[in-house]
Design a protein around this ligand. Sequence first.
Ligand SMILES: Nc1nc2c(c(=O)[nH]1)N[C@H]1C(S)=C(S)[C@@H](COP(=O)(O)OP(=O)(O)OC[C@H]3O[C@@H](n4cnc5c(=O)[nH]c(N)nc54)[C@H](O)[C@@H]3O)O[C@H]1N2
Ligand SMILES: Nc1nc2c(c(=O)[nH]1)N[C@H]1C(S)=C(S)[C@@H](COP(=O)(O)OP(=O)(O)OC[C@H]3O[C@@H](n4cnc5c(=O)[nH]c(N)nc54)[C@H](O)[C@@H]3O)O[C@H]1N2
Ligand SMILES: [Mo]
Length: 803
Amino acid sequence: MTNHWVDIRNANLIIVMGGNAAEAHPVGFRWAMEAKIHNRAKLIVIDPRFTRTASVADFYTPIRSGTDIAFLSGVLLYLINHNKINREYVEAYTNASLIVRDDFRFDDGLFSGYDEATRSYDKTSWNYELDENGFAKRDLTLAHPRCVWNLLKTHVSRYTPDVVENICGTPKADFLQVCELLGETSAHDRTASFLYALGWTQHSVGAQNIRTMAMIQLLLGNMGMAGGGVNALRGHSNIQGLTDLGLLSQSLPGYMTLPSDKQADLQTYLTANTPKPTLPGQVNYWSNYPKFFVSMMKAFYGDKAQKENDWGFDWLPKWDKSYDVLQYFDMMSQGKVNGYLCQGFNPVASFPNKAKVIASLSKLKYFVTIDPLNTETSTFWQNHGEFNDVDPATIQTEVFRLPSTCFAEENGSIVNSARWLQWHWKGADAPGEALNDGEILAGIYLRLREMYANEGGATPEPVLNMTWNFLTPENPASEEVAMESNGKALADIVDDKGVVLAKKGQQLSTFAHLRDDGTTSSGCWIFAGSWTPEGNQMARRDNTDPSGLGNTLNWTWAWPLNRRILYNRASADPQGKPWDPKRALLHWDGAKWSGQDIPDYSTAAPGSDVGPFIMQPEGMGRLFALDKMAEGPFPEHYEPFETPLGTNPLHPKVISNPAARVFKSDLEAMGKAEQFPYVGTTYRLTEHFHFWTKHALLNAIAQPEQFVEIGEKLAGKLGIVQGDTVKVSSNRGFIKAKAVVTKRIRTLNVNGQQVDTIGIPIHWGYQGVAKKGFIANTLTPFVGDANTQTPEFKAFLVNVEKV
Ligand SMILES: Nc1nc2c(c(=O)[nH]1)N[C@H]1C(S)=C(S)[C@@H](COP(=O)(O)OP(=O)(O)OC[C@H]3O[C@@H](n4cnc5c(=O)[nH]c(N)nc54)[C@H](O)[C@@H]3O)O[C@H]1N2
Ligand SMILES: Nc1nc2c(c(=O)[nH]1)N[C@H]1C(S)=C(S)[C@@H](COP(=O)(O)OP(=O)(O)OC[C@H]3O[C@@H](n4cnc5c(=O)[nH]c(N)nc54)[C@H](O)[C@@H]3O)O[C@H]1N2
Ligand SMILES: [Mo]
């Protein structure tokens, strides 16, 4: 989130689209309800199904799954055509006025630079036209035909209300009603907040769904404002912490990038990742990249990391391609992987195309699972009749099960959607032989280190040189790990006037004190400030709220630097006056910014050209994304890989995302509408948490049996009544479940045909105390988003029959 949970109550309009917060985030959803009650906010829900969130909304309208880019691009067109934008904000704070290279093109569904053989783009032309100093050219009058503003207008001009209705199946009048309500928040004293989660991310166009919404927020002037922003409602309680700490295959902690194998030395790597400003005088915060990186290497390798050995650069793994989970399982399916350590992950249940997952695991030599529960994955080799019809005699994989604790059985911090690092305390001892995850990993690490020390090996350095300064090496305390993430001074740190900022050995209080000369260490630069000389900031529990905006700066700690609303400089106009006095976050006192939040920057005076989007080299919010997205600098509607239309009404030659993560064998195995005429979509229920709670009797009683939801009209046509057992099949397999016949899923009119949706809750399986059920992911396709590789769980093709 750019904003935070409590801040949702400051919105005048809340749009839940691509999520079902009342069901999946019932505690956080109270802030949406508070906005309704105390702020007279309107709540809109746009979802293929009439959900529990829709049941408390002021307005609901349906949409065909996988078509939100068309809807949101239609909103962009409406806002532009009806002048429902914050014009001053758009001109000063977005890249609308910057001029794009003259070889940039968009034609018939493809942007310039596409290579069909590799299904990827050469993005050279997706850039600004630069002047002789390397700065982007700009036309403040917005008249230049190639300024971002005019390219955007041309790009979205195709998404008229009729086109939106034709692609999305949303009635035109409903669509216009949403546009009108959103347009009202272009006023300086009104904001809108979008609450989204998987209904947007789990598509082959997931990241672009979110980008399109972010562009709307920029046009409305809602970024940086209390009650505005881009707010992902994250899933697992610490999934924000996962990306913060760089647990994706091409990431390092603090959103740094793991070097690629083309970056053979430190200097090449740092140059590639340290941007120069593309407009004069910008903060361009990533220019500090070398400080973050060297400090991280000092945390990793301690005294072993020295300037002479490039701080241990050669010890980091280098990627040749993304090793996302789709890639990894595809490699496994080809027999290219020997062993797999699976920690807190149940891919047989949670990953697409169960048959492919089981076949892949069956090709491993060994498999290790670290989990408190007995999962479908740890027993993938067992025959469970029609739920898992495998022959154990043919599977040679050796399986090791390491029982772990659960989060409530240890101290630690959890990063929530709001970027708050909240400390929590152990609630109970773990049963049986369970060890906590840190202890298990330390045990594996220490044994590996011993083996490398005794026997050598191909590249022993990364393991042998790692620092491991914990009081109990075989069981590092959460407190020690947290302090290491924050970082400390390795020598006295002084400013340019010689004033001591941090004494040698002291915890750092801010990442502004990080150095690139080896005198500071910090395991995750964005966490610097979470554990200072004053102690554990994450354990603070003072909820006083002097601003009344809910920022509670003394409650726990938010990265970066305890800032609660990102890009908060944009909450005031270029002259420094808050757009809305009721939402004033900052003020200029003549020398610096201060106020109800931690300012993005302290000393750039009002009226200066320093942009509020401090992480971008041009300091501006991007309506044109340059080369940051895989499939284009503007969002474009592409159909799901399994589309009920069999075409893309906008450009029949380019049907689905041309840069999506998909492998040839899976592409060829996509189902067709002739055989599988209905749209399948999967989702969760309040009463269960994924596949864990079927181990708990009370949850199993609350939702006792696997079911699928079928709209009344389709059920009537197929002769299915409530309680019938039905078989739902896709090109990858079938499940059987009870039919729930409902008014909540409507038949939609799309591109001259009728489209029906089948709703499939995900929570069942065959381990635990609940009544056994089929794995929903038997049905789903092995294809993912082009940027995040998140699987397309929300739109695929199925057939339904009564059995
Ligand atoms: N009780 C409970 N709470 C949970 C979880 C749980 O298992 N149980 N899981 C947690 C996790 S890890 C996550 S990630 C979150 C997920 O939170 P959510 O994303 O809110 O949950 P889902 O139920 O997967 O999907 C949300 C909605 O998206 C809609 N949808 C599907 N496709 C589209 C589309 O193309 N466009 C639009 N506009 N809507 C679409 C679906 O109909 C569904 O109502 O929930 C978290 N909270
Ligand atoms: N079709 C379909 N598939 C989906 C989704 C969907 O909407 N539709 N949603 C996707 C999403 S958003 C998510 S997040 C995934 C979730 O997929 P998974 O992460 O695979 O599923 P979970 O069941 O949440 O958790 C995995 C395991 O973690 C274990 N665990 C809990 N606490 C700890 C701990 O402290 N340490 C260790 N080592 N293990 C622990 C649990 O016992 C559980 O078995 O599913 C995805 N799959
Ligand atoms: Mo999730």
